[in-house]
Design a protein around this ligand. Structure first.
Ligand code: GLN
Length: 303
């Protein structure tokens, strides 16, 4: 497959004529990022690497990190985790409160904010030093010790984090948060502040394309658990745009409001894209357009 040539061609077209979008501004630090960045990196299961543009510049991975916190909690609890959080698409925006009242504080899935906050609460119950232990886990996925939280971004989000505070209090009122609210939110804001570049993202998520085993040969999840995380990414990875992403791109994936998207083709490749301007559903406008063209031109979706 001529992956590099295809990536170059699509990027060229999307530099000339980028789809419209807005850089996230509700987290003040994210509003400072240039809308012009555009990077792509891809690693195949056999270890070939392809990249274009700003593939080596780090950015705030935001909600993409929710896959990593989920993976760690799932590794410890397996199916018992689903007593605290569901696996159904929400059909609502990432920061919505509406379903929680009717569903008594059990978030629909681990990728909406409510679900990721519950997963952080679960991790606090499992880990001795949650903030550091989670970082160690993330580093172990790629073998990259330089990956880190960005404390300025975490503080910036905390300063305007009224909705996440409301979600945490509301879930607590139903008894589905067990730990101190500040500790839970501290872990959540740190998680969202993780920074990586496209190349590092592709390396970190490699295990999901490789039946649960990292590039260095370390088993993270069983084959069956890996299938399930990919299934949740396919059905819930893009909030109320998950159906449209599956329809247009046809891969499991996860987005973040920093403009990143990771998509997985199980047993084939991982591809990461970064372009900060978001569409109205909070997903990278150029990232989605790139991936749609990529799976079309390479004829490589899971369907
Ligand atoms: N940190 C962001 C928030 O809680 C994450 C949202 C996202 O990336 N979709 O609002």
């Amino acid at each position: 497959m001529r992956y590099q040539e295809i990536i170059n061609d699509i990027c060229h077209g999307l530099y000339q004529d980028p789809p419209k979008g807005e850089v996230a501004s509700y987290i003040p630090e994210l509003a400072k990022v240039s809308p012009d960045h555009f990077g792509v990196a891809m690693v195949t299961q056999t270890g070939d690497y392809f990249a274009s543009g700003d593939a080596e510049q780090r950015f705030s991975i935001q909600s993409i990190a929710k896959v990593l916190s989920l993976t760690l909690a799932y590794q410890h609890l397996d199916g018992k985790l689903w007593k605290r959080v569901g696996v159904e698409p929400s059909g609502t925006p990432f920061n919505s409160l509406v379903q929680l009242e009717r569903e008594e504080g059990i978030p629909r899935n681990p990728f909406i904010n409510a679900g990721a906050i519950v997963v952080c609460d679960v991790l606090i119950g499992l880990l001795k030093d949650p903030v550091n232990d989670l970082l160690k886990f993330v580093r172990s996925l790629s073998g990259n010790e330089t990956i880190n939280y960005n404390p300025v971004v975490a503080a910036s989000e905390r300063s305007e984090g009224y909705r996440n505070l409301a979600l945490t209090n509301f879930i607590r009122s139903f008894g589905n948060i067990h730990n101190d609210l500040d500790d839970v939110l501290d872990l959540y804001f740190n998680l969202c502040s993780l920074e990586m570049n496209c190349q590092e993202l592709a390396e970190t998520f490699f295990f999901l394309a490789n039946d649960g085993v990292t590039r260095a040969g370390k088993r993270i999840l069983t084959r069956s658990q890996t299938k399930r995380i990919n299934a949740i990414m396919l059905t819930c990875g893009f909030y109320d745009e998950a159906g449209d992403f599956a329809y247009r791109v046809g891969l499991p994936g996860k987005s973040g409001v920093g403009g990143g998207i990771v998509a997985i083709h199980p047993e084939e490749y991982v591809i990461a894209v970064w372009s900060p301007p978001l569409n109205p559903k909070g997903n990278s406008a150029r990232g989605v357009a790139f991936l749609e063209a990529f799976t079309t031109l390479t004829a490589s979706s899971i369907f």
